[in-house]
Structure formats: structure tokens, C-alpha cells
Design a protein around this ligand. Structure first.
Ligand SMILES: *Cc1c(COP(=O)(O)O)cnc(C)c1O
Length: 423
């Protein structure tokens, strides 16, 4: 039986100091979160000495596992040379080259400090370059915590966007229209109805923040065709899928060329980062070359760039991503067998090194995902945690596998799944 005494004590203190006791809402695991003391490879240790196999992996960035020696060395070497210059550095040229060659659609790009900043800037580029204010997003798609994308789901295309957070002015969301994922007809209808007024469609190619939910066959191709036909820019938010589905992201895997792309998470190797980029004619309108403003003290932060470059080195040299994707595939197959044997109406979904057990049939959009048994999932999550497996606490967050999750670790995990799914 695990004890959580130190975590409970820390959380009691934290609740008096920080809203909900946490620095970001997903971390407020009921009735108390565990407090991590250290992390290596596939493991987290909390401050009570419990060890967990980690499938949350900081919600995506830690694709090589924790404290990878190559990243540690690259960042530590960078520390010897200083960590913030306020001038350009060679690192940004090297990483920009690498990213741009893996993502040929990103002819120009800029490094920022988070995925939120990246999507905010990409949307600004779309609006600034087209001179239009309206944007389309996918219901249940997540693009960070800024005003124009914090729109209540379900309001759909019939009403203009309603804020999903207090403190977001209606004026900030009234130009955001939502359409259901995997519904080309709804997209086409909106593109035609608001013809000439829409700057862009921003979408996660695979929905990673309520799923994963995969695109139906041909859906992404249709979205590309329809946006092009209606002269609307397509932004792929690949903050999760970038360097995860393949090194060239979802756009490489599905063969789609978006106008603008946002990256983050993995490309910072665990350090804060975001990237936005795309067509040269659009990106050249960004300041100082053009009139679309974007700036940041920590843009192109050397530690993040060094960690990103080291991550790419490991992923490329050791065929890491293909091995990882094969582990993902075999894990999903094993889980599917298990779920089938239990004869429940559950599903196992995912792609590459992403997976999730849905307590319900496989969803194809946000409305269907909402029908899953969230409470049942959460009880299952707690049982897994007590067995030493840290899955993402919400039914709607994706579980990730890292390159550090070897066959033994995965076998141990599958054993826990077997016994926890049964009860
Ligand atoms: C995590 C995420 C973001 C936000 O990135 P932050 O670095 O947390 O600001 C944006 N888009 C997607 C698809 C994400 O998964």
C-alpha cells in the first residue's frame, strides 16, 4: 500500500498559496496530486519514495524519457557558455535549418517560449496577412490558453463563439467559429457562409487533447482542399503531433501541406519552447520585416534550443522514432485484446506512440468523446496509480510512450492494465 503523507502535506500548504494548489489545472488530481522529487527514464519518484511508470510524460514533451543523458549533456554544455544573451545565437540557425528541412512547409519560422504563444502568433499572421478577423477551429481542439481560442464547445457554427472562461471578452471570441472534427460538410458550410471573412482554419491534425481522436480517411485532405478552394489559410497545430507521429509530424505522415504550422513540446526537449512558421510570403510579414508584431525576451532561449537539437540527434541517429512507434503499435494491440476479452463496450485508440483506453466506443469527434464514462475512467486511473502506473488523469488526455519504455516496463504496465480493467 502506497503512502502519500508528504504529498498530502505539501498540497495542503500549496492550496493556501496557489489557486487550486497547482501551477496548471490538469495537475490538480483529486483528492491530492503526488509531488515529484525526481525522474529518470520511464520513471517518476514522488517525495514519499513511491515509484511510478510515467505515461503522462509531462503531457507530451518527454519523448526520450526523463533525464536523457544526451539532453542533460547538451544543456549542461550550454550552461557553461551562459543561458540568455538577448542577441542571436548560432543555435537558432542550426535548429531552424533542421526544423525547416523536416517540415518543408515551414519556409520561415520563429522560436517562442510556449505552444500557446506559437498558436497566438500563427493566428495573428493569418489575420494580419489576409486582413480578415474570423477564424475556424475544431470543437475540442486545444491551442493553448489565449483568448481567441478559449471558446465554449457546442456553440458550433450556428452562434458565434462564446467564451469558455470568465475574463475572456465576448469580443475576443465572437470571431471564432467552431466545427466538429471529421465533418467536412460542416466545414464546407461555414466556409461558404462566411466567404471572404475567414482568415484561417486552425486544427490539430490528430486531436490530442480529447483523445487521441484520429482523422477519418480523407478528412485532412478534404480540409486542405476546401480551405484552398475558399482562399482560407490552413494552420496545423502540431504542438503534440510534431516529431511524435513522425519526425516531420502529421503533415509528413498524411502528406498535407499547411500554410502555417505550430510546434512545441518535443522540440524543446523538456525545456520551454514554441515554434510558428510557414509560407515565406506570410512569415515575411512578421516584424521586423513586416507589420505583424511578435516579440519575446525568451524567444530562442539557448537551453531550449540546445535540448531540442540534442533530441533531434537522438531521434534521428538511433532510428528511435520507428522503434518507438512499433512499441506503441504492440501496446495498443495488447490492450485491444484485453478489452475485447473483457467484453466491455470500451475502445483502445491511438497512433504512433500515443494511446488511450476510452471507457466507451471509439469517438470520432468531441460530442462523441463526451459520452465516455469519465468517472469510471478516473476510478480506473486511481487504481493504476496505486499499482505504480501514472496514466493521464483525465479520460480526455492522451497517454504517451517514450523511447525509455522498454519491453519489461511495458509488460509490467500491461499486467497492471489487466488487473485494474477487470475490477
Ligand atoms: C500543449 C498544447 C498547446 C499549448 O502549448 P503550451 O506550451 O502548453 O503553451 C497548444 N496546442 C496543442 C495542440 C497542445 O497540445
Amino acid at each position: 500500500m502506497m503512502h502519500f503523507d508528504s504529498s498530502i502535506r505539501l498540497f495542503d500548504q500549496a492550496k493556501r498559496l496557489m489557486p487550486g494548489g497547482v501551477s496548471s489545472p490538469v495537475r490538480a488530481i483529486s483528492p491530492y496530486p503526488f509531488y515529484t522529487a525526481r525522474a529518470i527514464g520511464p520513471y517518476l519518484w514522488d517525495c514519499d519514495g513511491n515509484r511510478f511508470i510515467d505515461y503522462c510524460l509531462a503531457y507530451g514533451p518527454m519523448i526520450l524519457g526523463h533525464r536523457h543523458p544526451a539532453i542533460r549533456e547538451a544543456v549542461s554544455d550550454q550552461m557553461d557558455r551562459g543561458w540568455l544573451y538577448g542577441t542571436p545565437s548560432e543555435l537558432e540557425v542550426r535548429l531552424a535549418e533542421r526544423v525547416s528541412s523536416l517540415y518543408p512547409s515551414m519556409e520561415r519560422l520563429r522560436f517562442v517560449s510556449s505552444g500557446t504563444e506559437a498558436t497566438m502568433a500563427a493566428i495573428r499572421v493569418a489575420r494580419g496577412s489576409t486582413g480578415r478577423d474570423m477564424i475556424i477551429k475544431i470543437e475540442g481542439g486545444f491551442h493553448g490558453a489565449h483568448d481567441s481560442v478559449l471558446v465554449k464547445a457546442g456553440s458550433g457554427a450556428t452562434t458565434l463563439g462564446i467564451p469558455d472562461s470568465r475574463g475572456v471578452p465576448r469580443d475576443a471570441t465572437k470571431n471564432t467559429i467552431q466545427v466538429p472534427y471529421n465533418d467536412p460538410a460542416a466545414l464546407e458550410e461555414v466556409l461558404e457562409r462566411f466567404s471572404g471573412r475567414i482568415a484561417c482554419l486552425i486544427m490539430e491534425p490528430v486531436l490530442g487533447n480529447i483523445g487521441p481522436i484520429l482523422p477519418d480517411k480523407g478528412y485532412l485532405q478534404t480540409a486542405r482542399r476546401l480551405t484552398e478552394k475558399n482562399d482560407v489559410l490552413l494552420i496545423f497545430d502540431e504542438v503534440i503531433t510534431g516529431f511524435r507521429l513522425s519526425l516531420g509530424g502529421a503533415q509528413e505522415l498524411f502528406g498535407i501541406k499547411p500554410d502555417l504550422t505550430t510546434l512545441g513540446k518535443i522540440i524543446g526537449g523538456g525545456f520551454p519552447i514554441g515554434v510558428f512558421g510557414g509560407r515565406a510570403d506570410l512569415m515575411d510579414q512578421v516584424a521586423p520585416g513586416g507589420a505583424i508584431y511578435q516579440a519575446g525576451t525568451y524567444n530562442g532561449s539557448p537551453a531550449s534550443l540546445a535540448a531540442g537539437l540534442a533530441t533531434l540527434d537522438v531521434m534521428e541517429k538511433e532510428d528511435t522514432i520507428n522503434k518507438l512507434n512499433r512499441s506503441g503499435e504492440s501496446m495498443r494491440l495488447a490492450l485491444k485484446d484485453m478489452v475485447e476479452d473483457l467484453g466491455q463496450d470500451w475502445s483502445v485508440v491511438g497512433i504512433a506512440s500515443m494511446f488511450k483506453v476510452f471507457f466507451g466506443p471509439e469517438p470520432h469527434n468531441y460530442a462523441q468523446a463526451l459520452r465516455c464514462d469519465r468517472q469510471g475512467y478516473f476510478e480506473f486511473f486511481r487504481r493504476m496509480l496505486d499499482s505504480g502506473i501514472f496514466l493521464t488523469p483525465s479520460q480526455y488526455e492522451t497517454d504517451f510512450i517514450s523511447a525509455a519504455h522498454n519491453q519489461d516496463v511495458i509488460e509490467t504496465t500491461l499486467e497492471a492494465f489487466r488487473s485494474c480493467l477487470k475490477s
